[in-house]
Design a protein around this ligand. Structure first.
Ligand code: BGC
Length: 499
């Protein structure tokens, strides 16, 4: 071999070696990056872990906080608000009633016609519209004028054939925010939640604001009740099944109410009702306990929210926030590795990933996870390999599993407080006999998160059985109430008229 040929051969060997070294280096680098995301995922899984022992601690904390909130005003982060609802609809109601429901994402208007028998409940003309986002930080006048205008249009559509023509229309206002009631039809806004920020409304009587707007438009409608959405759901649940004593909403926000004995509401000494009980709106979104598994993502989400240090439980379990927790995890992974490709600024936008997209990704059963790919593309993350899409599904699973299991612990906490969890409850003035007899207990549940996100629902129901045990669980029935908060509020107005 000549000198030139040797030199060529040597150069070729050197080149081949450097290409190989480069490839090995790249592979090692990419493996290191992949290891980074796997570590982030592992860290998330550990921080979100909810073994049944921990859930039981949350159950106990919930029951204890309920007790404290009932004992004194400001005694707990749980406000345990009086609703002045002491009698729930029983099926004998008659007539036509209206409901207007201002939720977190939607507002609904409907009419119900009742024929005096449980089986004769006719829900008519349900209208459901997204709340225009500019209203959430407008003024009380703008908000209530909008609601009155929407009601006016609804009524106009009734035409001449309506049975309620010429009669003053009785309206339930389902208002899904914390209210301090002075009666069933009046109460002031304590604070906004779920991203609403009309500060001048805090402290104002909500029913009065709506009535004023209706009067200004010349509408012959009377705001007969101001009802929290949970109380609406409880009313519909009770109407169909008198064993319903608890109602929970898992929607944009989350909350629960239940039927409490008046003698257990210690902060209102001498509270007398004919039924001996009253529905208490817990406002459980604000529940807090050191046993809740909190991650750095929760801390950042809270700090950057419009209501930081508030509604800690809601921020872990409700529809407004689950998507944003998932987004934050993906963002961190994309910043610390390149598995998501170049970091997209879109991904940094708060609340861009909605919880319904999380549910679509989580439940994507296409072989190549095409739905995940589509949603990631909308977040500015295009063309990621299948293993990265699988990683995203796993993140959704971890976040939603924690939410579902904590939600179950919340429900079990209420059951414990009222002596329906089979454990004997905590001291609440109940007699021993009452505690030991396991009664059938129905929990009415509603809200988009529960209704539309199967995995959330399954995790919640599974954890409830895990916490309560097979035997006690047989007595606890979880019932979905579609549109329960609106329909139930109308039923409540009907029951007020007939009592
Ligand atoms: C509100 C509650 C409401 C719940 C569900 C929370 O943000 O504070 O009053 O019941 O959302 O809509």
């Amino acid at each position: 071999m000549g000198k030139v040929a040797v030199a060529f051969a040597a150069a070729a060997v050197v080149a081949a070696c450097s290409v190989a070294a480069l490839m090995v280096g790249r592979r090692m680098k990419s493996r290191r990056k992949w290891r980074t995301v796997v570590e982030i995922l592992k860290e998330l899984e550990d921080a979100c872990d909810t073994p049944v022992g921990r859930l039981r601690q949350v159950v106990d904390a919930m029951a204890v906080e309920m007790h404290a909130g009932l004992a004194s005003e400001g005694g707990s982060k749980l406000k345990m608000l009086l609703t002045f609802v002491d009698d729930l609809p029983n099926g004998t109601e008659k007539g036509t009633y209206y409901a207007l429901h201002l939720g977190g994402t939607y507002f609904r208007i409907l009419r119900v016609h009742l024929g005096g028998q449980r089986s004769y409940l006719d829900v008519q003309d349900v209208e459901r519209h997204p709340i225009p986002s500019h209203l959430m930080n407008s003024t009380s006048e703008v908000l209530f004028n909008f609601l009155a205008f929407s009601l006016e249009r609804f009524i106009e559509k009734e035409g001449n054939g309506s049975s309620s023509q010429g009669v003053k229309r009785e309206l339930a206002f389902t208002f899904s925010f914390p209210v301090k009631h002075t009666s069933i039809s009046s109460g002031v806004l304590i604070k906004w939640t779920k991203g609403f920020e009309i500060s001048e409304m805090v402290g104002k009587d909500i029913a009065e604001c709506l009535q004023g707007a209706l009067n200004r438009r010349g509408l012959d409608m009377h705001v007969a009740a101001l009802v929290n959405d949970t109380v609406g759901a409880l009313s519909l649940g009770y109407y169909h099944d008198p064993d319903t004593v608890v109602a929970v909403v898992f929607g944009t926000g989350s909350n629960a109410c239940y039927l409490e004995r008046t003698d257990a509401i210690i902060k209102c000494q001498g509270l007398l009702t004919t039924s001996g009980s009253m529905v208490v709106n817990m406002e459980w979104g604000n529940f807090w306990s050191s046993h809740l598994p909190r991650t750095s993502y929760d801390i950042d989400l809270d700090a950057e929210s419009s209501n930081s240090n508030d509604m800690g439980f809601e921020k872990m379990i409700s529809g407004m926030y689950l998507g944003d927790i998932v987004r934050r995890v993906i963002l961190r992974m994309s910043q610390e590795s390149d598995v998501f490709g170049p970091t997209s600024s879109v991904l940094s936008e708060p609340y861009l990933l909605r919880t319904n997209s999380v549910s679509v990704m989580h439940e994507d059963d296409t072989p190549e996870l095409q739905e995940v790919a589509r949603i990631l593309k909308d977040l500015g993350v295009a063309d990621v390999p299948l293993k990265v899409r699988k990683l995203v599904v796993k993140i959704c699973d971890v976040v939603t599993r924690r939410a579902g299991r904590l939600a179950a612990a919340g429900i079990a906490g209420i059951l414990k407080k009222i002596g329906r969890d089979g454990s004997g409850g905590i001291t609440s003035g109940r007699s021993r006999n009452e505690i030991q007899m396991q009664k059938r207990t129905v929990v009415a549940v509603e809200g988009g998160l529960y209704m539309n996100y199967t995995m959330f629902r399954e995790y919640m129901e599974e954890a409830l059985v895990e916490i309560l045990g097979e035997e006690v669980s047989q007595y606890v029935v979880v019932k979905a109430m579609e549109d329960g908060s609106s329909i139930g509020s109308a039923l409540l107005v009907a029951s007020l008229q007939s009592s």
